[in-house]
Write a protein that binds this ligand. Structure first.
Ligand code: SF4
Length: 100
């Protein structure tokens, strides 16, 4: 699910979680800044994560010091959609992870 920019949280925590497209993320931190639940951190891609990228994405990641966003507290996501709207690379989508 991809959302626009709703003004309030839509769900209880744990129903939706953000998924970051590793081919798009440039680690610009907009998601870190806007998330009201502190879901994201910026970290360095592991060697395995870099190897899993297609060649073009590996070069792009290298150009950004292999720094990308990680949803380290995805269980706290309330599906407000602020991160989806804020990401300049359109790298974040929300996915349902629970039926409740
Ligand atoms: S939708 Fe994005 S900004 Fe909103 S709570 Fe979830 S991770 Fe944070």
């Amino acid at each position: 699910m991809t959302t626009a920019a709703p003004l309030e949280c839509k769900q209880e925590a744990g129903v939706f979680a953000p998924v970051i497209n590793r081919n798009r993320c440039e680690g610009k931190e907009d998601c870190v800044r806007v998330c009201p639940y502190n879901v994201f951190e910026i970290a360095t891609l592991s060697v395995e994560q870099r190897r899993a990228l297609p060649f073009g994405s590996r070069i792009k990641a290298w150009a950004h010091r292999n720094r990308q966003a990680f949803a380290v507290r995805a269980d706290d996501c309330h599906a407000c959609g602020l991160c989806v709207a804020a990401c300049p690379e359109h790298a974040i989508t929300l996915h349902r992870v629970s039926a409740s």
